[in-house]
Design a binder for this molecule. Structure first.
Ligand SMILES: [Zn+2]
Ligand SMILES: [Zn+2]
Length: 129
């Protein structure tokens, strides 16, 4: 059991995770790249029942069928990713945790979609999906 907290840039939306982290990874997919305007997006996955959002409600953008990306309606920070393919789970951005807190990152996803102008030299498993 761990407790982590985070927020968007303007802190209108805050969240707290009170439970185990299910998995973590760096996502290189084009969809995440565009949603964040960043070359890599680092996620942690949790059961939705262990995540509490407070403050302003998230805005939701359906970026592809069955996929909901949450963001702050005031400052625009990306906040969450949910897909019908993994019901009951939510992905949150590790970079939005308070105090530059981190969690151990386990793997890379969509390695085949990565940009060629960023070098990632680690020993983590690199998956193409
Ligand atoms: Zn905000
Ligand atoms: Zn992605």
């Amino acid at each position: 059991m761990i407790t982590l907290s985070g927020s968007c840039l303007c802190k209108a939306v805050r969240f707290q995770i009170s439970g185990p982290i299910m998995k973590t990874g760096h996502c290189h997919c084009e969809s995440c790249r565009r949603a964040t305007s960043s070359p890599v997006t680092t996620f942690l996955s949790s059961a939705i029942k262990h995540v509490a959002f407070t403050g302003a409600p998230r805005r939701i953008f359906a970026s592809s069928p069955g996929v909901s990306r949450g963001f702050c309606g005031a400052c625009g920070s990306p906040l969450s990713f949910e897909t019908e393919a993994r019901p009951g789970e939510i992905d949150l951005y590790v970079a939005s945790l308070e105090g530059a807190a981190g969690v151990p990152i386990e793997q890379h996803w969509y390695w085949n979609e990565r940009v060629d102008w960023l070098t990632c030299q680690d020993d983590l498993p690199k998956h193409d999906d």
